[in-house]
Design a binder for this molecule. Structure first.
Ligand code: NAI
Length: 252
């Protein structure tokens, strides 16, 4: 435990078993929160729970497909049944999807990315917010991307979904600002995670690194540090924002 800034809090992290999501789960657990790791992949989900418990933290795994509203409702209920309240939610699960220009992108590919990367964020907030209101307030971070503010050729569904996440975030922030629920989004640049490692060869990774002013991709921990700050009491006047963690990608 490196500090106790989340002592007594209960946090849900979707896609919490890998990459950025796992870094978020771990930082909350180290801060004293009880963590619900919600992920479609049971094997890595259970491993993530053991890793956190091995460090002295408290976490459970709930198998969740964030593209299915019934799964998302059950995820929130699992948090309440296991830990009695909900204070923090990081709606992070996402996929890259196919790579093709708009004129040949498959309809099925579009529907899948919009479901998992955008509709899921609505489903999550739909079920999380009422429970946070019962707990006296809370903080939500929705995982957008730099592609929530700029385009990226051959990724129409991903770019549309992430722009949508930024908009949904602003809307929910306005609706609940006076009731103590803060809602923000984070826009990472390219981050070295399984999502990137599985979809890019080494030459592509070198090219992508060069698109960031710092000349490298980011690490999951660098995103988790921003998420943790936004979910902490230090961010008490921050809602409706979109915060880049992008090594200067969008500055050029
Ligand atoms: P990752 O692939 O390492 O982790 C994603 C996690 O989500 C995995 O554990 C996976 O099992 C889970 N997941 C996938 N589909 C799911 C579903 N339908 N329901 C529940 N869980 C599901 O990916 P990474 O890179 O950590 O990405 C996390 C988020 O960050 C995504 O929303 C992604 O779009 C976003 N992001 C990632 C960037 C990167 O360069 N890695 C850059 C900007 C944003």
């Amino acid at each position: 435990m490196d500090n106790q800034r989340f002592e007594g809090k209960v946090a849900i992290v979707t896609g919490g078993a890998s990459g950025i999501g796992f870094a978020c789960s771990a930082i909350f657990a180290r801060g004293g929160a009880r963590v619900v790791i919600a992920d479609i992949n049971e094997e890595i989900g259970n491993r993530a729970v053991s890793d956190i418990k091995g460090e002295g933290g408290d976490a459970i795994f709930t198998r969740t497909d964030v593209g299915r509203p019934a799964d998302v409702e059950a995820m929130v209920e699992a948090a309440i049944q296991s830990f009695g309240r909900l204070d923090i939610a990081v709606n992070n699960a996402g996929i890259g999807g196919e790579s093709a220009p708009t004129g040949s992108y498959s309809i099925e590919g579009w529907d899948k990315v919009i479901s998992i990367n955008l509709s899921s964020v609505f489903y999550c907030m739909r079920y999380e917010i009422p429970r946070m209101l019962e707990s006296g307030g809370g903080s939500i971070v929705n995982m957008a991307s730099i592609l929530g503010s700029v385009g990226f050729a051959n990724s129409p569904a991903y770019v549309a979904a992430k722009h949508g996440v930024v908009g949904l975030t602003k809307n929910a922030a306005l609706e609940y600002a006076k009731q103590g629920v803060r809602v923000n989004s984070v826009g990472p640049g390219f981050i070295v995670t399984p999502l990137i490692e599985q979809s890019m060869d080494e030459a592509t990774q070198a090219y992508i690194s060069g698109l960031h002013a710092m000349g490298r991709m980011g690490e999951p921990q660098e995103v988790a540090d921003m998420v943790a700050f936004l979910c902490s009491d230090q961010a008490s006047f921050m809602t409706g924002g979109y915060y880049l963690v992008d090594g200067g990608y969008t500055a050029q």
